[in-house]
Design a binder for this molecule. Sequence first.
Ligand code: FAD
Length: 295
Amino acid sequence: MLADELRFYFPSLRTDEPLARHTTWGIGGPADYYLELKNQNELIQLILWALAHGLPLTPLGQGSNVLVGDKGIRGVTFRLRGEFERWRFDGDVVHAGAGVLLPTLSRAAAERGLTGVEPFCGIPGTVGGALQTNAGTPEGDIGSRVRSATVVDSKGGVRVLQPGDMSFSYRRSSLAGVTVISVDLQLRAGPKNDILAAVDRQLKRRAQRQPLGTRNCGSVFKNPPGDHAARLIEAAGLKGLRVGGAQVSLKHANFIENVDRATAANVRDLMDTVRRTVRDRFGVGLELEVWTVGE
Ligand SMILES: Cc1cc2nc3c(=O)[nH]c(=O)nc-3n(C[C@H](O)[C@H](O)[C@H](O)COP(=O)(O)OP(=O)(O)OC[C@H]3O[C@@H](n4cnc5c(N)ncnc54)[C@H](O)[C@@H]3O)c2cc1C
């Protein structure tokens, strides 16, 4: 059996792992196989094993930007832990593993008197997920801070990418198909107290505007050019609209909350209604910011 073979290499293997446990929405069916990897060797071993057996691989970070389908994800879903959760500063550059959480990294940089990542202090994802999705705020996105990124390709080859090898645009990167394992971010020295104050300001602003403490996935739709998805959704009268256990947030119209055991199908239906209504009312097509994965 494949599971026995995989368990031989990775004793911590979990089968039929409910991915709802691993997403901020608390939604998602089972992963056939679920692993938490501790270092680069384990990752390469997994990639070669999956390649030999023709199984798909899906990296998952904090699960804060994904809608995992109710039937889950086939093949192996994995998360980068252990050595991937470390970071170190080298002058004004921070070398961060893909598993490091952005709020942790932003706070550590601020404490060191380094500016550049404090705009990301309220983004509850990992460095790897952030690079793949080019996470950011109006103050800038992570792609613009990257000096280099180390990735592993689908054949297990390790490559160090320079800025010229990657491209980033609004919530998009050219990194599809690779696993990000670490990144070097260029920061700048600055007054520590000002940077720490900026962190606090960001967090306060988020607490005022976003339904923190609920099960959500951040902004569901990208902002269309020159406008805000939240403004359009609210103007269309959709705040509070509910399908099953999924509801358009009453606090921030571009958030969908899992208020009562929502399924991925509930969220999909709600997203479809929101898109259709906004298109019919304002002629604007909303594009998804969250990634849909699995079946
Ligand atoms: C309350 C809240 C507020 C948010 N605010 C913001 C915001 O201001 N700005 C913003 O941009 N986003 C925001 N988000 C969305 C989300 O936090 C970010 O997109 C985050 O960077 C996603 O990281 P993650 O680790 O959760 O990725 P996941 O959701 O786990 O994964 C996202 C995608 O990246 C892939 N992936 C994950 N890890 C890797 C890796 N190591 N290598 C390659 N691919 C990988 C996954 O397969 C998936 O396709 C918010 C979310 C929440 C819940």
